[in-house]
Design a protein. Structure first.
Lengths: 265, 211
């Protein structure tokens, strides 16, 4: 048997050997090449013993097709990019709002807990997944709103939830009358209009986040509540790996056998 | 197998497309073309339960095949990635040693009974060859296996391992050089057979490919 001295193995020769194997023209020029060829020896029967099981899994998968996500690598990376942009923008906005609020003295008031709004801050459980941080958004709206009586009193989630419950309790005949009253003013404002209250409350009461309460001046931006099922990037907890995920250089989690998620942006 | 030719890659690409269109026979072809490679690769990562891990990987492949887009080479990379992640999850699940880098007995128990001496080459089955590869440091073994058994180029293997292509080339080169060193050791005699079995330091078998 021929042998191959380690000193004869160079980067170039190693690449040639590997490339030769990959292209089906292996160089039988030494013991190393023989070993590598043996690695790709014809398959044994026992190595394909799971064929039936795999096929049955395929048939099952066809019967229950999963929701196919957009799988383009570019699309995923673009969404990541946009999400990061939005997150950074939100962080900057919040930070600037805090700065302005500090300058105008609102921050001190807010921190002192003297306002009735901060007294009625909702419990943490009232936050839906992804709910905006109340203090941050409030500070931001204070920072950008003109000083003086605020045109957009920012009701807390708890207050809004209570209003929604009241609203739901009313009959449809009583809706219009009730919505004109002061009792639902905050709710109307948060939902950006009376006609959107139903959707807003539906999301709020089912535990979703109705989105940030922008002042009504920015109502052109369609920030009305979005039902959870319409979120742009649904999570797939039962779908732990993306088919093209190996393009994305994912990091593995440290724990959990099947906890490796795709990158849900 | 992996190294046959470009035709084999084309056949795999065509079979994947047909399988996605609902052709069961095409899926069988995909399975037969990829599974032996995948199992041999996984058996180096995790020896004892490699068949189970490969089965799990195929369940996932079958489930997600509809959303896979790519050619045969990309499919091999995808399958290797799924199998590797499953294997790492399995190793972590059975954490025998809590450590950041995952040294595993499963991973390392490969050489306990394996004779990695040169006479392994005499009757070179894939098992013997795999035994030799298992005696390499983990990063070198993985690089060699992904490129040889799974038939991936350095770039795709790098994506599977989460490394740069240059690092994969270096690891494969070092693996081959070490393999050559193993193979050029003098023929074993009864006197030196026992110490020669300790050539492979188990402490080098740590899995560091997740960054």
């Amino acid at each position: 048997m021929s042998t191959c001295h380690p000193r004869r193995v160079t980067r170039e020769s190693a690449e040639r050997t590997l490339a030769g194997l990959a292209h089906g023209s292996p160089r039988r020029d030494g013991a190393v090449a023989e070993v590598l060829l043996a690695l790709v020896a014809p398959p044994l029967d026992r190595e394909t013993a799971g064929e039936r099981q795999a096929l049955s899994a395929l048939r099952t998968a066809r019967q229950k097709p999963i929701a196919v996500r957009r799988t383009g690598t570019f699309g995923r990376r673009f969404r990541q990019f946009v999400a990061i942009k939005v997150a950074v923008a939100a962080a900057v906005l919040a930070a600037s709002g805090v700065a302005v609020a500090a300058g105008s003295g609102d921050l001190a008031r807010a921190l002192s807990g003297g306002t009735e709004r901060s007294a009625s801050r909702p419990p943490a459980a009232a936050h839906g997944p992804g709910a905006p941080d109340q203090s941050a958004s409030r500070s931001a709206s204070h920072g950008t709103a003109p000083v003086g009586p605020s045109p957009a009193p920012d009701a807390s989630m708890a207050t809004l939830t209570a209003s929604c419950l009241e609203f739901e309790a009313l009959t449809s005949d009583g809706h219009d009358t009730a919505l004109r009253g002061k009792a639902f003013a905050d709710l109307v404002q948060a939902a950006h209009g009376r006609s959107r209250i139903s959707d807003f409350c539906a999301v709020l009461l089912t535990g979703g986040s109705p989105g940030p309460h922008a002042p009504s001046g920015s109502a052109e931006a369609p920030s009305h509540p979005t039902p959870p099922s319409r979120t742009a990037h649904p999570s797939h907890p039962a779908h732990p790996s993306h088919p093209n995920s190996y393009f994305d250089r994912q990091r593995l989690p440290d724990t959990g056998r099947h906890a490796r998620p795709g990158l849900h942006v | 197998m992996t190294g046959d030719s470009v035709d084999a890659a084309d056949a795999l690409t065509a079979a994947i497309a047909a399988a996605r269109d609902g052709d069961d026979d095409a899926f069988r072809t995909v399975y037969r073309l990829v599974q032996p490679s995948l199992l041999r690769y996984l058996s180096t990562l995790i020896r004892r339960d490699a068949e189970d891990i490969a089965s799990e990987a195929w369940l996932q492949i079958a489930r997600d095949l509809q959303s896979f887009h790519g050619d045969g080479d990309a499919f091999r990379g995808w399958a290797a990635t799924i199998g590797r992640h499953r294997a790492l999850d399995h190793i972590r699940y059975h954490q025998r040693r809590p450590a950041a880098a995952v040294p595993t007995q499963d991973f390392a128990d490969r050489a306990a009974d394996d004779d990695t001496s040169i006479d392994a080459v005499d009757a070179l089955g894939s098992e013997r060859a795999l035994s030799l590869i298992r005696s390499l440091p983990a990063d070198q073994a993985e690089a060699v296996l992904l490129r040889v058994i799974m038939g991936l180029d350095a770039q795709t293997a790098a994506l599977v391992l989460g490394k740069r292509a240059g690092a994969v080339r270096t690891a494969s080169y070092r693996g081959l050089r070490r393999l050559a060193a193993l193979l050029t050791e003098p023929e074993p005699t009864d006197a030196d057979r026992a110490p020669r079995r300790t050539v492979t330091p188990t402490s080098t078998w740590t899995l560091k490919g997740t960054t």
